[in-house]
Design a protein around this ligand. Structure first.
Ligand code: SF4
Ligand code: SF4
Length: 207
């Protein structure tokens, strides 16, 4: 019964390549926590605010749209000063704000879905069904060197359950961005966070 349900929800076929991908074990090198932007949704942000007690505006930053990003659809937030994408904040040295001194994640329990899935990239079809798993592009294009190595990894069902949840949350977030972008009054970063339901303290610097 359970297997049949899984098959309906997850139509992707498992092959040797995918099994091998899921068996990769993290080498704890922390490259992915230092050298890449971590996409974040409002649900990720809500979990991080609840875990850390830090206000949402301190946990995220927005980066600008450039001409190379014209093919990206859906994730751009229209603000009064241009298009922005929302990512997890970084320290001054470029590390993720949650990267601890021992290369561990100090917000592990509430880490964003992007971190939970990495270093795998989930491929969807037009119906939002998961159709393939691949190694993340930032590894194949050598933006970072990942020290994952063959091990026991994770089960297919566990991974797919996370991937499915990530997909649902991301799709819901895109709908919210679409609603925001349809408004006449664009506003700034904190206006957008308030639109998402986060409380912003009045003395917060807005950028
Ligand atoms: S939230 Fe944690 S796992 Fe994700 S990039 Fe930051 S330190 Fe790494
Ligand atoms: S880059 Fe790869 S090996 Fe290094 S911490 Fe990230 S997932 Fe683990």
């Amino acid at each position: 019964m359970h297997a049949i349900i899984s098959l309906v929800i997850f139509p992707m076929k498992i092959n040797k390549r995918i099994s091998k991908l899921l068996k990769q074990e993290c080498g704890q090198c922390s490259s992915c926590c230092r050298d890449i932007q971590v996409d974040i949704t409002d649900r990720d942000l809500k979990r991080l605010v609840m875990l850390t007690g830090i206000s949402a505006d301190k946990l995220v930053r927005l980066y600008g749209h450039n001409k190379d990003d014209n093919d990206v659809e859906g994730d751009w937030i229209n603000l009064s000063y241009g298009k922005r994408a929302i990512v997890l904040n970084k320290k001054r040295n470029g590390d993720c704000i949650f990267l601890g001194s021992n290369n561990g994640c100090i917000a592990y329990k509430a880490r964003p879905m992007t971190c939970r899935i990495f270093p795998i990239c989930v491929v969807y079809d037009e119906d939002h069904d998961i159709v393939n798993l691949e190694k993340s592009e930032v590894i194949t294009d050598k933006t970072i060197t990942c020290k994952c190595s063959p091990g026991t990894g994770q089960t297919y069902n566990n991974f797919m359950s996370t991937a499915k949840k990530a997909r649902v949350e991301h799709a819901a977030f895109i709908k919210k961005i679409d609603r925001w972008n349809a408004r006449n009054n664009k506003g700034n970063k904190n206006d957008f966070l308030q639109f998402l339901g986060f409380k912003i303290l009045p003395d917060c610097i807005q950028k």
